[in-house]
Design a protein around this ligand. Structure first.
Ligand code: AMP
Length: 253
């Protein structure tokens, strides 16, 4: 059986950018800041492309829910080897209140519409660090989930997934269809080559709204305040253990 894989790719502030809190303290500065595909989603795309290269997958459909610029994130995934895409249009001013439950509902609808066999996501988006979307998408679809995957193998029964869990690795067998989320060690994503970037421009991207899919994205949270982490106090060097013990005693430890 050749599988159809739906991959979720979020456009996030690039991991190397120093994040700045907005003056109104209701979010972080995004204007004029470099954005990229969420790094775990690059791993998810890579895994889907490898499944197709092994002739286990027949089609890779990428989905990004975001403002106009999310189209660039979709093109990156298409240049890595995905076949076509959905841009789910979210106005920029609604991104702050777009929550994993909204994205999960959108992904679940598209998975049903596309009759996907695997929904492949990143384990977490590095902007909000929610780590909820894969789990909730699986729950909404009532499909098995293999989250924090560091190895995925297919056999006649379904998938065998090695998961990174606290203190070790867990191996689970899943029937298809299933939802997976990619952990860091699953693979090393490829860079898109120039010819593939050119080819990606011709691939099909459908633009839809959450409303088209019957999903209500009205805010369920209100951001009350966003703060910088407290600045760490400067440390002190000590010459030896005796001096360290002396200083600790002075401070009442
Ligand atoms: P999160 O639960 O927000 O940490 O996100 C986990 C994964 O869900 C991400 O790595 C993506 O694969 C997917 N995801 C989250 N938000 C979006 C989005 N706006 N568009 C597409 N996929 C998303």
């Amino acid at each position: 059986m050749s599988l159809k894989v739906l991959v979720g790719c979020k456009r996030v502030i690039d991991y190397a950018v120093k994040i700045r809190v907005r003056p109104d303290k209701l979010g972080v500065v995004t204007d004029g800041v470099k954005h990229s595909m969420n790094p775990f989603d690059e791993i998810a795309v890579e895994e889907a492309v490898r499944l197709r290269e092994k002739k286990l997958a027949k089609e890779i459909v990428v989905v990004s829910c975001g403002p106009a610029q999310a189209a660039e994130t979709i093109r990156t995934a298409l240049a890595m080897g995905a076949d076509r895409g959905y841009h789910v249009d979210i106005p920029a001013n609604q991104m702050d209140t777009l929550q994993p439950i909204h994205v999960s509902k959108i992904l679940a609808k598209l998975a049903e519409k596309e009759k996907a066999d695997i929904v492949m996501l990143g384990k977490q988006a590095i902007d909000d660090d929610s780590n909820q979307t894969a789990q909730m998408t699986a729950a909404l679809l009532d499909w098995p989930q293999g989250v924090f995957a560091s190895k995925v193998d297919k056999d006649d029964q379904g998938l065998t997934v090695v998961r990174e869990i606290d203190g070790g690795l867990e191996t689970v067998k899943l029937t298809l269809p299933a939802v997976l989320s990619a952990d860091l060690r699953l693979n090393e994503p490829r860079y898109a080559t120039l010819p593939n970037i050119m080819k990606a421009k011709k691939k099909k991207v459908d633009k839809v709204t959450p409303g088209d899919l019957g999903v209500d994205i009205s805010p369920r949270i209100e951001v009350v305040s966003v703060e910088d982490p407290p600045v760490r106090e400067a440390g002190q060097s000590v010459a030896d253990v005796d001096e360290l013990v002396g200083k600790l005693k002075e401070k009442g430890f």
